[in-house]
Design a protein around this ligand. Structure first.
Ligand code: GLN
Length: 307
């Protein structure tokens, strides 16, 4: 990596991308998300040696949506280890995040834990092992974020419940194949709450640092996952973090990462840094239009991706 002044680079990127600020459309299929100001733009980067750098709306919380699927996967791996991989695959889907197509031909086993179907199966696994799934899951996210103030947004969760035909179709199809073991409404409830967690860019970047360090929480020194599990989570993010745009993200940004329809993206460079971006307007694949561009310019200007 070049010896870089992140503050100057963030400034340059924000100026360079100004002409594109109206591109894309914020998600409206979850009515509560449509209320967010689509023009927000924030970034926060945590570097293991150089510290914190940020710009724009980096302190404002938003709905992290599918970014939370990294947390649920991490917790499920901690609980049942490799057994998990008989319930969900690790292959890129090449289809939309809420697609039903592959489930029918692949016996109800979702391609990976980051598409909706895969995350719903992970929630089913968590339901089977946790005493108080909603409370325990939120407490786990609070622990890896080192932040006891994180909350679900109940309005967002309930809003999503009202428009959940697609996710219901996914779970019923999987149950028919024997891949859902708990009550469908309870599993979906946990899934919607998982998606509704709110964090800001600063909190998100910090909460992904255990994947930068090979599994270790930098604050407590505790091992969240072992180095092999950290490698695997990063590998799944690299291949599946952006649904049918995973190739494009690797091609342009060159880091493992995860997006959400709230407009957030987290990406990381193992051993170096984690970075979170937020811009609610999405491209056609459901990933933040501006977020992708910001990260593309960042790794290009830093001359530093994993490739
Ligand atoms: N909660 C959203 C859904 O189930 C998550 C989708 C996403 O962020 N890609 O549709």
């Amino acid at each position: 990596m070049k010896d870089i002044n992140f503050k100057t680079v963030f400034n340059d990127i924000f100026i360079e991308l100004q002409p594109l600020e109206n591109k894309g459309v914020a998600a409206s299929y979850i009515p509560e998300l449509a209320k967010i100001d689509p023009d927000k733009l924030g970034i926060h980067l945590v570097h293991v040696d150089k510290g914190n750098f940020y710009q724009g709306d980096s302190q404002e919380r938003f709905s992290i949506q599918s970014i939370s699927k990294v947390f649920s996967l991490t917790l499920a791996m901690r609980i049942i280890g490799s057994e998990l991989w008989s319930r969900v695959g690790v292959e890129p889907s090449g289809t939309a995040f809420n697609s039903l197509i592959q489930l029918e031909v692949e016996n109800g086993i979702p391609r990976n834990p980051f598409i909706n179907a895969g995350a719903i199966v992970i929630c089913d696994v968590l339901m089977s092992y946790l005493d108080n799934p909603k409370v325990d899951l939120l407490n786990f996210v609070r622990k890896i974020a080192n932040n006891q103030n994180l909350q679900y947004n109940e309005k967002v969760a309930e809003s999503e419940k009202l428009t959940s035909d697609r996710n219901k179709a996914l779970i019923y199809l999987m149950r028919d194949f024997g891949n859902i073991h708990n009550d469908v409404d309870e599993v979906l409830d946990l899934y919607f709450y998982l998606c509704s967690i709110e964090m800001n860019c600063c909190e998100l970047a910090h909460s992904f640092m255990f994947l930068v360090t090979g599994g270790v929480d930098l604050t407590s020194g505790e091992m969240i996952v072992n180095p092999s599990q950290a490698k695997r989570i990063n590998a799944v993010m690299q291949l599946c973090g952006f649904y049918d745009e995973a190739g494009e993200f690797a091609f342009k940004v060159g880091l493992p990462g995860k997006s959400g329809v709230g407009g957030g993206i987290v990406a990381l460079h193992p051993g170096k840094y984690a970075v979170a971006v937020w811009s609610p307007r999405l491209n056609k694949k459901g990933n933040s239009y501006m977020g992708m561009k910001v990260l593309e310019l960042l790794t290009t200007k830093m001359e530093d991706s994993i490739f």
